[in-house]
Design a protein around this ligand. Structure first.
Ligand SMILES: NC(=O)c1ccc[n+]([C@@H]2O[C@H](COP(=O)([O-])OP(=O)(O)OC[C@H]3O[C@@H](n4cnc5c(N)ncnc54)[C@H](OP(=O)(O)O)[C@@H]3O)[C@@H](O)[C@H]2O)c1
Length: 304
């Protein structure tokens, strides 16, 4: 059986299954988080201010932690520094705003959301429709994030969407090695070499969009015959097979759902195991298909 938590380079344990919250609407997210924590055994929630629902998640946290049904220390909470807050003077205020909204006095993990700095106004476009970016070195942002660890606002810091060249540059000056690299990972986009490289540098890897965002684009991962067949063999669902596949790759996985039925389903992945053959069969689905790409919203060929 794969472990239910991974040890970070800080020594802290990170539960391998978390609840994603992107596109979880403010009116549904609180119930989803509450249900995941109190009824389905989730102990890890992945948040970000850009998801515009941290206040509602905070209200759910307060209710649960005050009731004593789950203790704050039992839950691993991640949030992220948005692109508009990369300047040295903005990092701490951004983290404090997230803490205020989430009604927490520390985060377990704070990630730089993208290696892209944007103006305060948010997505701004020039006359050619290209995203306007700011010239703030990532070293400045990272150093400010290191300050958050020192001051006890966050237990660990990490990155998201970092490619190998970005990681190489970061580790050249980082005093605190990132604890995590959170990247898009699913059978259509396995990034085997980046996973291995991030781990080699001492980071845990979190798989985002692990179901390839069903219904959001061209990806139809849940309908793939190989996934459906393996699911039927184990008497599990295609989503459970994909989540299990991510866990058995020794990655952390954060499927998003606001549906109680699917939150429960996605959490029931610790009572079966995929064989090596099944892991490899799922691996044949690789096709380099990204479902999250800044080229789409900013004409930035970030991953080319
Ligand atoms: N760092 C980054 O840049 C970044 C980027 C993307 C995502 N993330 C994080 O990763 C999380 C997960 O990624 P994601 O939300 O992009 O995609 P995902 O988890 O692959 O897919 C979410 C979609 O799948 C549906 N779903 C969930 N469970 C299902 C099931 N068992 N069967 C069928 N459909 C199911 C959800 O609908 P319902 O809600 O209706 O169930 C939702 O539409 C995000 O929420 C976010 O926290 C981070």
């Amino acid at each position: 059986m794969a472990p239910e938590a991974l040890k970070l380079n800080t020594g802290a344990m990170m539960p391998v299954l978390g609840l994603g919250t992107w596109k979880a609407t403010p009116d549904t997210v609180g119930k989803a988080v509450g249900y995941a924590l109190t009824e389905c055994g989730y102990r890890h929630i992945d948040c970000a201010p850009i998801y515009e629902n941290e206040k509602e998640i905070g209200a759910a946290f307060a209710k649960i932690f005050n009731s004593g049904s789950v203790r704050r220390e039992e839950v691993f909470v991640t949030s992220k520094l948005w692109d508009t807050e990369h300047a040295r003077t903005d990092v701490r205020a951004a983290c404090e705003a997230t803490l205020r909204d989430l009604k927490l006095n520390y985060l377990d993990l704070y990630l730089m959301h993208w290696a892209i700095a944007e103006p305060k106004a948010g997505h701004t476009y020039d006359e050619n429709g290209n995203l306007v970016t700011l010239q703030i070195p990532l070293s400045e942002t990272w150093e400010a994030m290191e300050g958050l660890v020192k001051e006890g606002l966050v237990k660990a810091i990490g990155v998201a969407n970092f490619t190998a060249p970005l990681l190489l540059d970061l580790v050249a000056y980082a005093k605190v090695t990132p604890a995590v690299n959170q990247i898009e990972l699913h059978p259509y986009l396995q990034q085997e070499r980046l996973v291995e490289f991030s781990k080699r540098l001492g980071m845990a890897v979190t798989a985002y969009s692990p179901l390839a965002r069903p219904g959001m684009g061209e990806a139809r991962l849940l309908e793939e015959e190989v996934v459906r067949h393996i699911a039927s063999v184990h008497n599990k669902t295609p989503a459970q097979v994909l989540i299990r596949w991510a866990i058995q790759r020794q990655t952390v996985v954060i499927p998003k759902s606001v549906s109680p039925k699917r939150i429960k389903e996605n959490g029931a992945v610790f009572d079966f195991m995929l064989s090596e053959r099944e892991m490899n069969e799922i691996g044949t689905l690789e096709r380099g298909l990204r479902v999250v790409d800044p080229y789409v919203w900013g004409h930035i060929p970030y991953f080319d």
